[in-house]
Design a protein around this ligand. Sequence first.
Ligand SMILES: O=c1[nH]c(=O)c2[nH]c(=O)[nH]c2[nH]1
Length: 283
Amino acid sequence: MGIVLGANQYGKAETRVVRIVRDTPRHTIRDLNVSTALRGDFAAAHVDGDQAAVLPTDTQKNTAFAYAKRHGVSSPEDYALALSERLLEAAPAATGARVAVDEYAWERIQVDGTGHDHAFVRRGQEVRTATVGRTREAVAVESGFRDLVVLKSTGSEFKGFLRDEYTTLAEADDRILATSLDATWRHRADPEDWDASYAAVRALVMATFATTYSRALQETLYAMGRAVLEAHDDLAEISFSAPNKHHFLVDLAPFGLDNPGEVFVAADRPYGLIEATVTREEP
Ligand SMILES: O=c1[nH]c(=O)c2[nH]c(=O)[nH]c2[nH]1
């Protein structure tokens, strides 16, 4: 039996691109981590050592910087759309390009109640993500975030679960629910404003987390997904990955203290990992 090359792709991972707009004294900043990959007919490079069709990863990195200037970064999605188009143009052997962008948010430093023109502080919350997958026929855009850490100190229970001889978990009527949420959502139409679309989905996810009584993290994920798809007709699907950051009640009885849901130990590992996609029914 012969040996053949299977699936392959190549590109430059984690190019750190920082774009400042300084046309006026009030600057803006977009801080990106950009990964590009090409796939297609690159068999000769693998099998014969022939680089004729290979657009170097160094060039892909340079293009990421050049496009931050030429095209600009009005949003991670818009930038990734432009960069993916250019990479397909530049590499005729490629059938597909994938551009994945992480964005780190900065906000203006407040001085005497106003945001400074050119001094910023890193906003330490989630990382925003955008991924464009482009072929010569089609383009798909996914937006999302990683590591949005949220917690509610009541309004969450977990009970009525299946028990067997290895089950020791006590039923919880009122527990802490905490997670470091990852989410990605797939667009079926481009919104007018990528930043506004991102902000709206993020806000809705958080509001639903806050206001939905949770009988399990599974129910919370579904509620968040349903709320997003109901409100945003332009989205096809949303997926969540949510580690259940367990908070266990500490037994303070040895110290003569009661503990009605006040002192917890935040456990590190292991953690439950709850994942779900919420999608639309086939027509
Ligand atoms: O929200 C939860 N879902 C589970 O499936 C689960 N399993 C578990 O032990 N605790 C929890 N919590």
